[in-house]
Design a protein around this ligand. Structure first.
Ligand SMILES: NC(=O)c1ccc[n+]([C@@H]2O[C@H](COP(=O)([O-])OP(=O)(O)OC[C@H]3O[C@@H](n4cnc5c(N)ncnc54)[C@H](OP(=O)(O)O)[C@@H]3O)[C@@H](O)[C@H]2O)c1
Length: 353
């Protein structure tokens, strides 16, 4: 059992000496512990009579999922995780926490995970599965929605992507479609929509970092001017945690983001500045998303598969147009400077461990 929630830089096998308890977001503690005798130990999946709601996290092995796992592990909630590879989580969770083997593409495997669940987090993403990712994500969401309804789940919490409804990239259109499918289940669903998440290990942040660190002189396509509203991973986790308790009769979409509207170029500049790097950016008007993805593949081979999908999404502005989240949630997200600073600081701490 780990007493810290921040796994930003923590490998999946969660070494015993990892402890970053100073990074617990105060809002998480306040909201999770309100009205409970928090023992700092996740409660076991108890028999009926234990009136603490049972929560499921699907996608617990992913970037966001792993951060949420740690937040929930220090809460008073009873939690169950669903993963294709339960062994990847085993060492990150309390001995009493159940990790159920399940694949959202296989309906039968979902019954044991969803049975008895009050609130289900859906943090599943199939972008790495290839060109037909939208079809895969559609089937996955349909399966989850159907079995969740049959199992009597009372609330779904889903983290999707920001972006208006028109002329969306395939990736963002698919993220919105997944939200629609979950809402169509009839189960009250909270869909949180976010732009780029700032934190070590976040795919989009790692892509930006890779470009800035590898290229002293950068030919920048037009898309680097697109506006985003980045949000720190700590604030995303705080929103997700609070979503368990937000009063909700019907499904609701909340747009979430930090206070800064900034271009991707601006994010790269800020990262370079904080990392002490001098970078020259030369704009060119003709680099299409396709050419950009080839270029990205040369610079960062790690992202060649998903790079095109992500870059196509960057053409869409991902900013908060509807600030209703601020009325429903106590979270007040930090700005881009602090978000990057904290991401880098935590890496330094982790390197020293
Ligand atoms: N990262 C960002 O910058 C960002 C920004 C805005 C919104 N979001 C949203 O946040 C959510 C989570 O994103 P992420 O960055 O954490 O994604 P991620 O790291 O790619 O994680 C995806 C998760 O989905 C699981 N998964 C995929 N296919 C599955 C299947 N068939 N059955 C069961 N599990 C499956 C993966 O499990 P395996 O470990 O088995 O592969 C993994 O746990 C997504 O909805 C994404 O749109 C992310």
């Amino acid at each position: 059992m780990f007493a810290s929630w921040q796994v930003t830089e923590r490998p999946l096998d969660c070494p015993d000496d990892y402890n970053l308890s100073d990074s617990v977001h105060p809002t998480i503690i306040n909201n999770m512990c309100a009205g409970s005798n928090n023992t700092n130990i996740a409660q076991p999946e108890g028999p009926a009579g234990n009136d603490i709601k049972l929560i499921l996290v699907a996608g617990a092995t992913g970037y966001v999922g792993r951060q949420l796992v740690n937040a929930l592990e220090i809460s008073h909630y009873r939690v169950r995780y669903l993963a294709r590879r339960p062994e990847a989580l085993r060492s990150c969770v309390s001995d009493m926490t159940k990790v159920v083997q399940g694949d959202v593409l296989n309906r039968d495997s979902l019954y044991s995970g969803l049975m008895g669940i009050h609130t289900a987090f859906y943090l599943v993403h199939s972008m790495a599965s290839g060109d037909d990712f939208a079809e895969v994500d559609r089937r996955a969401a349909q399966n989850f929605a159907t079995i969740a309804r049959e199992s009597g789940v009372k609330r779904i919490i889903y983290l999707g992507g920001l972006g208006g409804d028109e002329d969306l990239s395939p990736h963002l259109a698919s993220r919105h479609e997944v939200g629609r499918i979950l809402r169509d289940s009839g189960i009250p669903t909270i869909e949180l929509r976010a732009s780029i998440i700032i934190g070590s290990g976040s795919l989009s942040f790692e892509m930006i970092r890779s470009l800035v660190e590898k290229l002293p002189i950068m030919i920048t396509p037009r898309w680097v001017q697109s506006q985003a509203q980045p949000i720190a991973i700590e604030d995303v986790i705080a929103y997700l945690a609070e979503a368990i308790k937000v009063p909700l009769e019907h499904s609701k979409v909340f747009e979430i983001g930090g206070p800064d509207r900034i271009s991707y170029k601006g994010i790269m500049k800020e990262y370079a500045q904080q990392h002490g790097l001098r970078r020259l950016m030369i704009p060119v008007p003709v680099l299409t998303p396709y050419l950009s993805s080839l270029w990205l593949g040369l610079v960062t081979p790690l992202y060649v598969r998903i790079g095109r999908t992500l870059i196509e999404s960057i053409k869409n502005p991902t900013v908060v147009d509807d600030c209703t989240a601020l009325d429903y949630f106590a979270v007040r997200p930090r700005g881009i400077k602090i978000a990057i600073k904290q991401a880098l600081k935590k890496e330094d701490i982790t390197r020293k461990i």
